[in-house]
Unconditional design. Structure first.
Length: 172
């Protein structure tokens, strides 16, 4: 298995930027790992519409994987404390409890797959934690998995937005 595991968030992006990032990266499947994929703030990224848009705009598949979503309790605790280190610990413990490394099939992530969440950047988002966890595990098994975060680069508030993939804070 040789794969690039992308991550992307939909907030602070127009639909054009969001789908452009995915298209420019050659993503063929988007795995939605949000706790609430149909929330009112999801706009163009509501799960009931996203499969249609992905298929029609970039010919990509859409799947939901709630096993990789945080719990409401973990998310609420973070909103109260803003303690990211505690969030990471709680989330990674949840992944162990759910036995995701034993349950998630690597074949479902072959090729160019993107993990979807809401946060604009990967720095404080569980999608980065999931991507790193899966990539590290699969690389230890002899597979080749690289992590890249799809973000919008803005050099100044007036600068034209550029939608480009880049290797995030950790490529595995």
């Amino acid at each position: 298995m040789t794969s690039i595991l992308f991550t992307i968030g939909f907030t602070q992006k127009t639909a054009e930027e969001f789908f452009g990032l995915l298209q420019n990266a050659g993503v063929r499947k988007v795995v939605d790992i949000r706790e609430n994929p149909g929330g009112q703030l999801s706009g163009f990224a509501k799960h009931c519409d996203l499969g249609f848009f992905l298929d029609r705009i970039i010919a990509a598949e859409y799947v939901r994987e709630p096993l990789l979503a945080p719990t409401p309790e973990i998310r609420k605790a973070y909103k109260l404390t803003r303690d990211w280190q505690q969030y990471e610990r709680s989330f990674l413990e949840l992944m162990q409890e759910r036995r995701v490394l034993n349950v998630i099939e690597p074949t479902a992530f072959e090729g160019r797959v993107a993990l979807l969440c809401s946060e604009a950047g990967p720095e404080k988002c569980h999608r980065r934690l999931v991507a790193d966890l899966l990539a590290e595990h699969w690389n230890e098994q002899g597979k080749v998995v690289e992590v890249q975060h799809l973000v919008i680069h803005r050099s100044s508030p007036r600068a034209k937005r550029r939608a480009t993939p880049h290797a995030g804070d950790r490529s595995v």
